[in-house]
Design a protein around this ligand. Sequence first.
Ligand code: GZL
Length: 310
Amino acid sequence: ALKTTQEQASGPVLQEQLILGFSQIGAESAWRNCNTRSIREAADDAGIQLLFENAEQKQENQIKAIRSFIAYQVDVIAFVPIVSNGWDNVLREAKDAGIPVLVTDRKIETEDYTLFAGFIGTDSEQEGREAALFLRGAWEKKNAARPMKIVEISGTEGSSAANGRARGFREELGDDSGFQIVYTRSGDFLRSKGYEIMRSILESGVAFDAVFSHNDGMTLGILEAMKEKGLKPGRDNIIVTIDAEQAAIDALVAGEVNCVIECNPKTGPIIMDLARKLAKGEKIPPLIHVEEAVFKEGDPGLELLPPRGY
Ligand code: GZL
């Protein structure tokens, strides 16, 4: 069902407008909202007709959305899989309908990698490794004669972002007995849950030296809970967080967190380039990881960083 931009006008068909069906997981964090803005703006700029569905954090809504894109006979489907598993059936339906699928931001696990054309997003395992590298360095600087006690507040259970960050973090720490994860719990990437979990940890009296938080949204809740208890986050403890939204960079400059690892949400333009290639039947790379930086306390020029935009 290729709608032409010239259909209404009597003029000659100049350009058939590409129709992209996009299933987004929701609006759980500033990062996600920036990702959505980037996709909408890039579709506009590229002259691509975007059918955008917000799944409100439910996989079944994503599956329904993808089925509606198939029924509508869009040219390309792209989606952020909220969790890694459970996609094979609906992706087989898209393949049978001859519609190429682009997986973005989060990854899927499947027995059949021909079910999608490629992945564009961030390397969650590398983000986890960077977090471990920072904590290792920070603890060595303290010259402590005992293992570092780490609290981990992780992202959405079953998501490649949370699984990858946890895996990369543990791989980098290795079985080095100098680092102990004394508590780990999912905060679902939500600020409110980050707050609740840290409050309960502080009330339980669990001793810890460092916090590894899987996203800045939860970290803002963690900071709030610590301050309520009279703690000085980033001073009384070491905090490493992922996304690099503006509020986290501001906290880094203020000395309330110690390391911020970038996870780039602005993938709209490259998603549109890849969608256009797929619509023309071209091959695309199976895996594209976007570049990411690491910001540490004491880095020169932190105050001069351009606005993050999320
Ligand atoms: C990471 C992305 C995560 C962000 C969170 O690639 O899927 O989801 O880290 C967002 O802020 O909610």
